[in-house]
Design a protein around this ligand. Structure first.
Ligand SMILES: [Zn+2]
Length: 191
């Protein structure tokens, strides 16, 4: 493996280990020429997937691109890199297991949203806002209405001590309104 820093042709493997779910092997490499260290990741590619765009274009599925969009959605959320790797691996495995060679970009987006919804509400809303290109408040309302709950997202007015008049947990409509008010600035920060 060529050194990405100095271009030296030969680098040494210092350490090899499978990642947590065994789907990939990480190798720590060392360049004796410039002294830099870097990591390579080896993983099985079962087959080539193609993503079909809305305009009919067909582009090769890129795992890195998928991982990047998920990392952006997860930015500053309490989710570590290993967890993100496992999420991406899980998505890729689902795609590969589907038996289809092609996947519509819309279908791919929905698949990612289904996964993120289970993992982190904020990441889900961020991803959905980019993916669906939200322009209006009611787009957020629609997406938040689809959330079973907002784990890890404190919503002002829902904490104990507000009195019986505002107990939104008991009223789905109140919960939704509270969620929408909170979501505006949260999603805006993600941009
Ligand atoms: Zn080097």
């Amino acid at each position: 493996m060529r050194c990405p820093f100095c271009g030296h042709e030969d680098t040494q493997v210092k350490d090899s280990r499978p990642n947590e779910d065994g789907a990939a092997i990480r190798r720590r490499r060392f360049c004796a020429s410039c002294g830099q260290r870097f990591t390579t990741i080896e993983r099985v590619q079962l087959r080539e997937l193609v993503v079909t765009k809305v305009d009919g274009r067909r582009v090769p599925f890129e795992r890195d691109k998928l991982a990047r969009s998920i990392r952006i959605a997860m930015r500053k959320r309490p989710i570590d890199e290993d967890r993100i790797e496992r999420i991406v691996n899980g998505l890729v495995r689902q795609l590969e297991a589907s038996g289809e060679v092609e996947i519509a970009s819309k279908q791919l987006g929905e698949l990612v949203m289904d996964t993120l919804r289970e993992v982190d509400a904020v990441a889900y809303v961020r991803f959905a806002s980019v993916y669906r290109d939200f322009r209006e408040a009611r787009d957020f309302e629609a997406i938040l209405g689809s959330l079973p709950s907002l784990p890890g997202v404190p919503i002002p007015g829902t904490t104990a001590g507000d009195g019986p008049a505002s107990s939104p947990a008991a009223k789905p409509a109140g919960t939704k309104e509270g969620g929408v008010r909170e979501a505006g600035p949260v999603a805006a920060k993600a941009r």
